[in-house]
Design a protein around this ligand. Structure first.
Ligand code: MN
Length: 761
């Protein structure tokens, strides 16, 4: 690509730019929007001259990027001229000398406001102040609530950057891919942009785990003919039935994305062959009567149930109860003639558009309705058409933002949880229906109704039965919260709740109580000192803190206030200077964290500068001394890994799919380094594998035999449990690299009685 542009004449280059713009404009002209070509063309010409002479890393003229973003906005999200103009102009204020004022004068208030919102986010998310990330994320969300088009264009921008990520430096690739997975994919999902969400996830996956991605794609390709056959056999009677019913329809075989397959394999410890829902069948039909589309979904369902056996627990009615991102469909799982379960998704054309394009499609249909009502049609006015569900979601986020959080990363976590959770429906005692994230507890529900109900919650009645506060709510539960005046918030509650709102309310209450305890503790301490006729300088107080193994006086005072520490004779001794702060207690002082033995070496090496563009080479000499393996994910040679460099210039190696690494990537992207292994099978790592199988006589000794005799691998620990003829076990092994683990797993899989073998760590 870059070569092409280098050898081109200016005229040739201009032709390519104009053709790209025309292609974008064609998608707009094919849409239902009003044809405001003049202002779009003006925005294009303005952006083109503003970015003139600037090139992207790939070598192409910069303007190709805003054109591509505008095309996504028009073609894939379905937005109109205002958004297209803003997309064309989105990098002008950020990257050139033009200001928002210039945009306002030339293109009016609305477009200027959106460009301004986009410029703010650009500074925030890509900025160098890593710890400010979560703050910026808040800003991003707040901006979004003013005009949701800001976030939609931002997602389009990110999608194009992800599609062209290969031309970026490798360490930047990780940072961008990590951010995408952590921040943008969940927002896209939340806004119902399901297709874009999947693409963002797949692209992130491809850059973070290139080998796994390729392997999965290959396996999918190899097994395709089998699925084609199943699809043809399975759908033939369905087509016949739909024809007979007189529907015009489309049947699609939907293949699960590589990322979703990989994620399922990871979280459920399954092998590729154990994933049964790789294919689903989608029925997209034109309703005979628009108002009866819901009934018609069920008509089709009933007809299907006469063709195939329905799985009793896997029917999902998202038709009457749409997900909060607007998704509507009827899901049913049927058994094929050969005994495989196949999911069938029944949706009308309108429902399908919403599933693919999310909020934007909502507006499309509402705008179409309006146009029908008011002859002559009406311009698409997005904010007024906002969906009630989206409104509700934005309100929740605003509530959390209103309650300031000291720990910004926690905030991000809380939001992330909420973005990904799917919903359940529960009822209040009065029969009001409430949407809660899956895995919500009774306590979450209490906080969702009112903070007072939450802080004094002592239990609940679910379906008229008494349950504890940690009861996990199920869809359809009727919940009545029971309170007591004497009940108050405890830190344990943070382990009980799953919603961001409850979590932030509990944290606020705990902080309030801690501050009160601290204050009381300080008073008790001063009274003690006075009563004993002593004098306590800040050095003395630090000594007393150390005596009780606290790091600072705040912790000491809090403990005194909470009566977990009672001052006594030993404190008197310390305050009189007799104990001089050492003695036994001094031995228990927390040691500073040093990972390797040679701290001097580290200091001298910390002066060496690190070239972030080059991947770290993980060799025998450096691993363990210069680079530390993260204990959270235990990477071994051959794993996809990355390096994280902390403020002391210490480098930790994490697996790329480690949750801690994900946080670091989102929060401290500039400190992420690419890393590759260069080991000569000279050192050992520990790896853990998990096995499942049938508990037959001698299976244990067969396993042990394969590992220690045939493969000559040392086992560090082996734990096997058997229940009703099934066994499950974990084995910790000493291996050189992932290849060793693979060999072991595949050899063990050959045993007749073993049903699955996976590496867990
Ligand atoms: Mn951009």
């Amino acid at each position: 690509m870059s070569d092409d542009f280098q050898t081109m004449t200016e005229q040739q280059e201009d032709d390519i730019i104009n053709a790209a713009f025309q292609g974008m404009l064609d998608t707009y002209l094919a849409s239902k929007h009003r044809k405001k070509v003049e202002i779009i063309t003006r925005a294009f010409n303005f952006a083109k001259q503003a970015h003139k002479g600037v090139r992207r890393r790939s070598g192409e003229p910069y303007i190709m990027h805003p054109i591509a973003v505008a095309r996504i906005v028009s073609e894939e999200i379905g937005l109109g001229s205002t958004s297209i103009c803003a997309a064309l102009l989105h990098d002008v204020v950020e990257d050139t000398d033009y200001t928002t004022e210039d945009i306002r004068n030339l293109f009016g208030d609305k477009i200027a406001q959106i460009v301004e919102g986009l410029t703010k986010i650009a500074g925030a998310i890509f900025g160098d102040q890593a710890s400010a990330q979560a703050e910026n994320f808040k800003k991003l969300l707040l901006t979004m609530s003013e005009d949701i088009r800001v976030i939609l264009i931002k997602i389009a921008d990110r999608l194009h950057n992800m599609r062209t990520l290969s031309s970026m430096a490798v360490n930047k690739q990780y940072k961008i891919a990590g951010e995408t997975l952590y921040i943008y994919a969940p927002i896209a999902y939340r806004l119902g942009l399901n297709k874009i969400k999947s693409e963002l996830e797949d692209l992130s996956f491809r850059y973070e785990h290139p080998e796994e991605y390729e392997k999965l794609k290959e396996r999918l390709a190899v097994s395709q003919s089998k699925r084609d056959l199943l699809y043809a056999e399975f759908t033939a009677p369905i087509r016949e039935m739909l024809d007979k019913m007189g529907y015009s329809y489309k049947l699609i075989g939907r293949i699960k994305s590589p990322y979703s397959i990989w994620k399922k394999m990871q979280t459920k410890h399954l092998s590729f062959d154990e994933i049964y829902d790789i294919m689903a069948v989608r029925i997209i039909f034109e309703p005979k009567e628009f108002e009866k589309e819901v009934n018609e979904c069920f008509d089709i369902y009933v007809a299907l149930s006469k063709l195939y056996k329905v799985h009793p627990d896997r029917t999902r009615d998202w038709v009457n109860q749409p997900k909060t991102n607007g998704y509507q469909a009827l899901h049913v799982t049927l058994m094929s003639k050969h005994g495989e379960w196949v999911e069938v998704q029944i949706r009308s054309h309108r429902m399908d558009d919403i599933a693919e394009q999310g909020v934007a499609a909502h507006w499309k249909y509402k705008a179409a309705e309006n146009a029908n009502l008011q002859s002559g049609g009406k311009a698409l006015s997005v904010p007024e058409e906002e969906d009630a569900d989206i409104d509700h979601w934005l309100r929740t986020i605003k509530e959390i933002l209103d309650d300031p959080q000291p720990d910004a990363m926690d905030f991000l976590d809380a939001i992330k949880l909420n973005l990904y959770a799917s919903e359940i429906f529960v009822f209040t005692p009065k029969g009001e229906i409430k949407t809660m994230p899956q895995n919500s507890t009774a306590l979450d529900f209490a906080f969702s109704i009112h903070t007072m109900l939450g802080t004094h919650c002592m239990g609940a009645k679910v379906n008229h039965k008494l349950v504890p506060i940690n009861y996990q709510l199920q869809s359809g539960d009727q919940v009545e919260i029971l309170t007591s005046r004497t009940q108050h918030v405890s830190p344990d509650w943070l382990n009980i709740v799953t919603t961001a709102k409850a979590r932030s309310k509990i944290q606020a209450a705990i902080r309030r109580e801690q501050r009160a305890a601290q204050k009381e503790g300080e008073q008790l301490f001063n009274a003690f000192v006075e009563k004993e006729g002593l004098n306590a300088t800040s050095v003395d107080i630090d000594r007393v803190s150390r005596l009780h193994n606290f790091e600072n006086k705040e912790q000491l005072f809090q403990a005194i206030g909470q009566k977990t520490v009672v001052l006594g004779d030993s404190d008197k001794n310390v305050l009189r200077g007799n104990g001089n702060g050492t003695g036994l207690a001094g031995l228990f002082k927390r040691k500073p964290k040093t990972v390797a033995k040679a701290s001097e070496d580290e200091k001298s090496s910390s002066t060496t500068t690190i070239d972030k563009r080059k991947p770290l080479l993980l060799t025998e000499e450096l691993v363990g001394s210069r680079y530390h393996l993260a204990p959270c994910c235990n990477p071994i040679a051959g794993d996809d890994v990355l390096g994280y460099i902390d403020s002391d210039n210490r480098i930790t190696i994490h697996k790329r799919n480690c949750p801690t690494a994900a946080k670091l990537k989102a929060g401290f992207g500039n400190r992420i380094l690419a890393a590759t292994w260069s080991m000569k099978k000279a050192v050992f790592f520990t790896a853990t594998i998990m096995l499942k199988g049938i508990d037959s006589v001698g299976v244990m000794s067969k396993i042990a035999n394969i590992i220690s005799q045939q493969l000559n691998v040392n086992m560090e620990r082996i734990v096997i449990e058997a229940h009703e003829g099934i066994f499950e076990g974990t084995i910790r092994l000493h291996v050189h690299d992932v290849d060793d683990v693979r060999t072991i797993c595949s050899d063990l899989r050959k045993l007749k009685d073993i049903t699955s073998v996976v590496r867990t760590e």
